[in-house]
Design a protein around this ligand. Structure first.
Ligand code: COA
Length: 327
């Protein structure tokens, strides 16, 4: 299975750390030194997750030279769907006119794009599907408590997409996904969640007043779980691909916190310049983060044919994943 094309989209509106200083008791210095984030993008009120996803999808299709009719599977990884149902993927299918595709969403928070990559890989490798569109898209601004400085400084909106197709059997270099690790630990559901709004706590005026329909996070617990699990997942993914850390040309990590990325680099003994970072511009865009970074790395020439690329993500669940792809 190969990645035939990538695309991404971020909304126009920029919200800087200086803007946040006017909303909550924080400073640019605190945010940047703890996270590496300078600014993030915020979608317009009428711009739903499917709009972000559709823009990114069109760019990926153009990049891969694929038409809407060719798509036979669309997977959208999101935790901020347009509606509980129908799926955001069905909205995207309609927008694209991709009527030969089956479309569904998956929920794995910030690990969603890598989960989607793995699901698509199985569909393609089994011969079941030929041309798959995977998208990571989130509009977290809609589920952010803009009065909570612990969380509102971290997140942003965006979407990234990739077109996946079967590997050309005549290509002498085995390209595509070389190995994958996927894991989750449901004992950690409470450390990062939106507690209200679902069947466990239907939203009422009272719990909406308490902002229980927004992101709640135990920052330090998330940080510790992220470092532990991502480091182990990277080591396993590298070993499963038959590689060593020094064989990795570029790491594209989840764009949550530069200190977590530094910890992974240190553990793997990867020079920090091998980590692709764009979180200073976009913050943490959840399911979109790796997908946007992959597209930017591809378009900026950071990846050459044959390079071994390490992708690693973690998020609510707790859910995490790592993949080695040969570009
Ligand atoms: N501005 C200023 N001060 C802030 C602040 C902000 N935006 N957010 C929190 N603080 C304060 C806290 O209230 C606390 O004050 P106190 O000591 O008076 O109680 C102090 O800063 C330290 O908070 P703490 O949570 O211990 O900071 P930290 O070093 O753990 O950094 C995070 C906080 C959120 C940056 C860090 O825990 C983190 O990155 N966690 C992972 C988050 C993540 O990646 N989430 C997404 C997962 S997909």
């Amino acid at each position: 299975m190969t990645i035939a094309g990538t695309g991404s989209y971020v909304p126009e509106r920029v919200l800087t750390n200086a803007d946040l200083e006017k909303l909550v008791d924080t400073t640019d210095d605190w945010i940047f030194s703890r996270t590496g984030i300078r600014e993030r993008r915020i979608a317009a009120p009428e711009e739903a997750t499917s709009h972000l996803a559709t823009h990114a999808a069109r760019r990926a299709m153009e990049n891969a030279g694929v038409t809407a009719e060719q798509l036979d599977l669309i997977i959208v990884a999101t935790i901020s769907p347009d509606t509980f149902f129908p799926s955001t993927a069905c909205h995207v299918q309609r927008n694209l006119g991709a009527l030969n595709a089956v479309a569904f969403d998956i929920s794995a928070a910030c690990a969603g794009f890598l989960y989607a990559l793995q699901i698509a890989r199985h569909f393609i490798n089994s011969g079941n599907r030929k041309t798959v569109l995977i998208i990571g898209a989130d509009k977290l601004s809609g589920i952010t408590n803009w009065q909570d400085r612990n969380t509102c400084v971290l997140f942003g909106d965006g979407a990234g997409a990739a077109i996946l197709q079967a590997r050309d059997p005549t290509d002498p270099t085995p390209r595509g996904v070389l190995s994958t690790v996927m894991a989750s630990d449901g004992r950690l559901t409470d450390i990062l969640s939106v507690p209200g709004g679902g069947s466990a706590m239907p939203i009422t005026p009272e719990n909406a007043d308490q902002r229980l329909n927004t992101i709640h996070m135990m920052g330090r617990e998330v940080f510790k779980a992220a470092v532990k699990h991502t480091c182990e997942a990277c080591e396993t993914a590298i070993a499963r691909a038959g590689l060593k850390p020094e064989d990795i040309s570029l790491m594209i990590p989840h764009q949550a916190n530069v200190r977590i990325v530094d910890a992974i680099c240190e553990r793997l003994k990867l020079p920090p310049e091998k980590a692709f970072l764009n979180l200073h511009k976009y913050g943490n865009t959840s399911g979109a983060a790796i997908a946007i970074a992959l597209d930017e790395a591809a378009r900026s020439g950071r990846m050459k044919k044959g390079d071994n690329i390490l992708l690693v993500a973690f998020g609510a669940g707790f859910a995490w994943a790592a993949s080695i792809i040969r570009w």
